[in-house]
Design a protein around this ligand. Structure first.
Ligand SMILES: Cc1ncc(COP(=O)(O)O)c(C=O)c1O
Length: 395
């Protein structure tokens, strides 16, 4: 595939001052100080595509911001995106628009399982997966990923034993935050074989589906089966750096399940018919593709720069091979610190805010850190240099 020549300069810093950014503003709450470079919350320090900004500005100039319905063109933009980008023909009737992916996971679990039912997650994994199970009164079952020769895989034998012991639903992260795996078609087919055998329903969180490095391909699990129940959560929010707009979708083929999920949202009195979310979502899917292709080239180069830096200057930290997402999973066990000391060292000595691995799984994340590399490359390399200098300076 020919890579696009970059026309967007992702190296230019964009100040987030005055925007009440969580990533910047909540450093004191989470890290005890503002004096850390924030490489934690999963949004990007890059401007969203200009086409999105233009659409928002255009909408803002109409001065009535009243109750808004989801226009048909919104559904079409999403269907066209998934058809052309992921070879996935989504039926218009299977789409439920939702106020964010995490709320949609909570709603799907609530609708499809009963109190006390066992729901499986695969740590280390995005931490709200745990709370989506426990907050809804379901029973959390862990099927840990296995790290083999620097690469994670799913443990399908253990998954089968979880299902045999009564688990009803698996929440899959595809691609997987934080380990950066883009599950291959073969892996997903093997997963479906287990699900088919034990009647497992799979809720697949595909929010990172578009953030795939140029040499990789994402396969939506739902495109591989007609007989296993797969519910997919998608959103342009991570892809185009518009998560603050808070709009996503679930794709649910079964009409009874769709109704059950819609009823949950109705009972919660949740609505997200925000005119700005709608127009940002639509503009991104309709016109953001060229921007995304450039973004992925830039991120792939940053990933490579991180890998080279670590190999040469800080081999005690290893980059776990990453195939997608802008989140890098760093194996810090070579630094020889416990989790608490590692966290404190990064904040106090290196002055960097990373996400502690244990957030994603107490045991499976121990010794790891997640680095959000979606910032100008110079910022990321300076952060690694700070870690390296601070580590060499330790007594
Ligand atoms: C796997 C995954 N799902 C969901 C979300 C958040 O989705 P939302 O902001 O739409 O609730 C994130 C954010 O990092 C994520 O990584």
């Amino acid at each position: 595939m020919a890579l696009p020549r970059l026309t967007i300069d992702f190296d230019i810093p964009v100040s987030r001052a005055g925007t009440a950014s969580l990533k910047y503003g909540a450093r004191t709450t989470y890290y005890g100080t503002n004096d850390v470079v924030p490489l934690w919350v999963a949004d990007m320090d890059f401007s969203a595509p200009e086409v999105v900004t233009q659409a928002l500005v255009k909408r803002a100039t109409h001065t009535i911001y009243g109750y808004t319905d989801y226009p048909e063109s919104l559904y079409t933009s999403m269907q066209n995106w998934f058809a052309s980008r992921h070879d996935w023909a989504i039926d218009r009737n299977s789409i439920i628009l939702c106020p964010g992916v995490v709320p949609s996971l909570y709603a799907a679990i609530t609708a499809l399982t009963a109190l006390g039912d066992q729901v499986i997650v695969q740590p280390p994994v995005y931490h709200p997966f745990f709370s989506a199970v426990t907050d809804t009164g379901r029973s959390l079952v862990e099927n840990r990923l296995v790290l083999e020769n620097g690469r994670y895989r799913m443990d399908l034998a253990h998954l089968a034993s979880c299902a045999e012991a009564g688990a009803k639903v698996l929440v899959l992260c595809s691609p997987h935050n934080p380990v950066g795996r883009v599950w291959s078609r073969t892996e997903l087919e093997a997963l479906l074989a287990v699900a088919r055998q034990y009647g497992l329903t799979i809720i697949s969180d595909d929010i990172h589906a578009d953030l795939i490095f140029p040499d990789q391909a994402h396969t939506p699990l739902a495109t591989l089966t007609d007989d296993v129940t797969v519910i997919t959560a998608v959103s342009p929010s991570k892809t185009f750096n518009i998560p603050g707009l808070g709009l996503s979708a679930l794709v649910v083929n079964d009409s009874a399940q769709r109704q059950a999920i819609e009823d949950v949202f109705k009972n919660w009195h949740v609505s997200n018919m925000n005119p700005f979310s709608i127009c940002g979502f639509e503009a991104a899917y309709n016109e953001g593709e060229a921007w995304l292709d450039e973004l992925m080239v830039y991120l792939a180069d940053t990933r490579l720069a991180v890998q080279h830096y670590l190999e040469e200057a800080l081999p005690e930290v290893q980059l776990v091979e990453s195939e997608g997402t802008y989140l890098l999973w760093l194996d810090c066990r070579g630094l020889g610190m416990g989790d608490t000391d590692l966290h404190r060292f990064l904040i106090e000595q290196a002055k960097i805010a990373l996400s502690p691995g244990t957030l994603f799984g107490q045991a499976s994340g121990s010794g790891f850190m997640r680095l959000n590399m979606a910032a100008p490359r110079a910022v990321i390399l300076a952060a690694l240099t700070s870690i390296s200098i601070a580590f060499r300076a330790l007594p």
